[in-house]
Design a protein around this ligand. Structure first.
Ligand code: F6R
Length: 600
């Protein structure tokens, strides 16, 4: 969603800010803006609707680069996508400039109470925040006090990340955060603030992580941090272990294709991390397994693709570890908590570690005193920090909005965790090595899926994915992948449900993809494929080697049946990718979506 970058004391601010915004583009946004200034107070505010490249053109044409500045990509929440609503927002007297991530729930009340008579030019809650700082400063407060006072008035539920500049002290950045990621980057040639470390790696790899309630004052050569109680605190920087090339798409036309192709390597990396050379599990602290063993039920909580990964993981926890497991959609669980068992243990699955719906559940669960583990791709994220335990899913930076390698990584790490709690009954390490080889084999045949996608989906308005058992879980993910980027309305569901309603939607030529990898139900699923075919559907079957028949569209290499989701999802990802390309759409940046969903 929205992204924040800021720099000070860097000599030439604009290139850092624009590169930073470009690195944040993958998170989804609909407008962008930059405020530039220098020690003399010369300044410029430039905003644009649409892509960062348009903003870059406008800013370069302006010709001023500054030595400090703040910039933002906005994903509209309050107010339409307009230049007025883009950030930075400014105070009426052009003294304060502010960028903001999050939602101020009580901004209308604050306007009525404090800003009577102030003419607001945007529809945003952010403008209210910057006008409040200005008002309190006019009342006689110092800038840090006015900033603090504004924050103290925000509704307790408001998650926020703020970055403020005062034109009267132009190279100083005022920073505050709560439940919204914000880091301070430090270097000998200037300092930075960013909501995503990857956006500032061209300046530094040293970052200080701010905690909830922190406020920081960042100058060209100093960083001072105050905790929620207002006490000055010392927080040590950490070095970001990230290869700048990991965040580049190299020769690939789209990040999504690169990330699909990376899945074999991801599978190998995960095995290398969680198994030693002799095949023994490592990297899962005893405290995690001991606490889970004491639980009488696991509750997996997640959203979207991560939720779908949880549906597969459930099978491993129940079958191998023998622990009853429920999988819940975070946004539902947060406000309608089901009846819990006596000794629940929570597992949060998240690529970003910042998903607001999941954070809400974690907050509730912590208040109730239940133990929780987060499996996340982005470590040092809110969900990893706030849970009792955290394990990395090790997919590497995932930039495309549509999640691919994080899904397979989450399934893999759940399998490994379940194996550490019980017994899969086969050599998991050896089988995962095979999985990696076969993922590679499927991605090597990507051209087959290009043809399938073009033939079946180029001009379609709707499509279906069906499966049974684990294939039904993968069908949900396959359908999400296709619909979110190609805009083809796609339903994924348990094939047995067809005749209970959905089959009435089948028309001549309707594409129905069937995932067929589970032997127990293969015969039934073949029957369902025949039923839709008899009603005119264009059936496309992806079947595992042991179950394949002539006429199937693609034969998936055979691995242990419980691990087949790791292979069955790959054709679905590739079909989604090629269908989207064929329809001339932006694969990496589907409309209305954001990579990290930090609002509820
Ligand atoms: C879809 C997708 C989303 C995310 C969901 C949860 O491709 O990526 O459905 O899975 O927004 O995000 P995380 O995993 O970051 O908690």
């Amino acid at each position: 969603m929205c992204g924040i970058v800021g720099v000070t004391g860097v000599g030439d601010a604009l290139p850092y800010l624009l590169q930073g915004l470009q690195k944040l583009e993958y998170r989804g946004y609909d407008s962008a803006g930059v405020y530039l200034t220098d020690a003399s107070g010369k300044n410029a505010l430039i905003k644009e609707k649409g892509r960062v490249s348009k903003l870059a053109e406008k800013a370069k044409a302006h010709g001023f680069s500054g030595t400090a500045g703040i910039a933002h990509t906005r994903w509209a929440t309050h107010g339409n996508v307009t230049i007025e609503n883009a950030h930075p927002q400014k105070s009426a007297d052009d003294r304060f400039f502010l960028v903001h991530n999050g939602v101020i729930e009580n901004y209308k009340e604050l306007t009525e109470t404090y800003l009577q008579g102030v003419h607001l030019v945007s529809e945003t809650d952010t403008e209210v925040a910057v006008q409040l700082v200005d008002k309190f400063s006019k009342d006689g407060m110092s800038t840090p006090d006015a900033f603090r006072k504004m924050i103290s008035l925000l509704d307790g539920n408001s998650a926020y990340g703020f970055l403020l500049v005062d034109h009267e002290d132009p190279e100083t950045l005022y920073v505050a955060k709560k439940k919204s990621p914000l880091l301070v980057g430090v270097s000998d040639h200037g300092n930075a603030v960013t909501s995503d470390a990857a956006a500032m790696i061209d300046l530094t790899k040293e970052f200080i992580e701010l905690r909830d309630g922190d406020m920081a004052i960042v100058k060209p050569k100093s960083v001072v941090i105050y905790d929620a109680a207002g006490e000055e605190v010392n927080r040590e920087p950490f070095t970001l272990e990230i290869d700048p090339e990991d965040t580049d798409k190299g020769a690939y036309p789209y990040y999504m294709l690169k990330e699909i192709d990376e899945q074999a390597v991801v599978a190998r990396n995960i095995s290398a991390h969680y198994f030693d050379e002799d095949g023994n599990l490592q990297g899962i602290p005893c405290a995690v397994t001991d606490t889970i063993q004491e639980a009488d039920r696991l509750y997996i909580v997640a959203a979207g693709t991560s939720y779908h990964a949880g549906l597969v993981g459930k099978r491993y926890f129940e079958q191998w570890a023998k622990i009853p497991t429920e999988v819940h959609i975070a946004s539902e669980f947060a406000y309608d908590q089901p009846m819990l068992s006596e000794k629940p243990f929570f597992i949060f699955l998240s690529q970003s570690g910042e998903t607001a719906d999941s954070r809400e559940v974690l907050d509730n669960v912590k208040k109730q005193g239940y133990p929780a583990l987060t499996l996340a791709n982005v470590m040092n994220s809110t969900l990893t920090r706030e849970a009792d335990f955290a394990l990395p899913v090790l997919a590497g930076p995932e930039i495309a909005v549509a999640s691919t390698k994080a899904y397979t990584a989450q399934v893999l790490v759940q399998a490994i965790l379940a194996a550490s709690l019980g017994n899969p009954g086969f050599d998991l390490k050896a089988e995962l090595a095979k999985v990696a080889v076969e993922i590679q084999a499927i991605t090597d045949e990507k051209e087959s899926f290009k043809k399938i996608a073009e033939d079946a989906l180029k001009d379609q308005h709707s499509a279906f994915y069906i499966g049974r058992g684990l294939d039904a879980a993968v069908a949900l993910e396959a359908a999400l992948k296709l619909k979110e980027i190609s805009y083809i309305q796609t339903e994924g569901f348990a094939a047995g449900e067809l005749k209970h309603g959905t089959i009435s939607l089948i028309e001549e030529g309707t594409p129905v993809f069937a995932l067929l990898t589970q032997s127990k139900t293969a015969g039934l699923l073949r029957g369902e494929v025949a039923q839709v075919a008899a009603r005119g559907a264009n059936t496309i079957v992806f079947a595992s080697e042991d179950l394949a028949k002539e006429g199937d569209a693609f034969v998936l290499p055979q691995v242990n049946e419980l691990l087949m989701p790791l292979l069955a999802v790959i054709p679905a990802q590739l079909v989604a990718y090629y269908a989207t390309l064929a329809r001339g759409l932006d694969v990496d940046r589907p409309r209305n979506l954001a990579k990290s969903v930090t609002v509820q």
